[in-house]
Write a protein that binds this ligand. Sequence first.
Ligand code: SF4
Ligand code: SF4
Length: 127
Amino acid sequence: MKARLKFGKDRTSKPIISSVILKTRAPINILRAEIDESSGEVLIEVPDEKAKKTVEAFKEMGVEVKVGGFIELLREKCIDCGHCITVCPVEAISAKKDLTVVIDPQKCINCGACVDCCPTRAIETSQ
Ligand code: SF4
Ligand code: SF4
């Protein structure tokens, strides 16, 4: 399971992730992190069998948790130019045999590169 954690100023100075690891014994993999003194946003990956416990533990610590579904490709806007395929750092975007572009949500790390590069604004990221 991949999940995005969001926390505010009152939480950035606390060892939230290590506390959750100690509590749940879940091997949390940090895929991406943007943390400063005012807020934090971290994308994590956790084995599915530990997902429920981990999400609960973060919520108990006042962390906003969003599971999966970070990126959406708006088919009606996409012109299958393939530009987003070239910028994705984890090869989460590919073209099918008929050259239709698709995104694999299991691989996406929500970096936003495809959102920024798309000439028709066909990719949206959830907040
Ligand atoms: S860059 Fe935009 S228009 Fe081009 S294939 Fe990707 S989503 Fe479609
Ligand atoms: S958000 Fe980043 S990782 Fe996800 S599909 Fe777009 S470029 Fe790839």
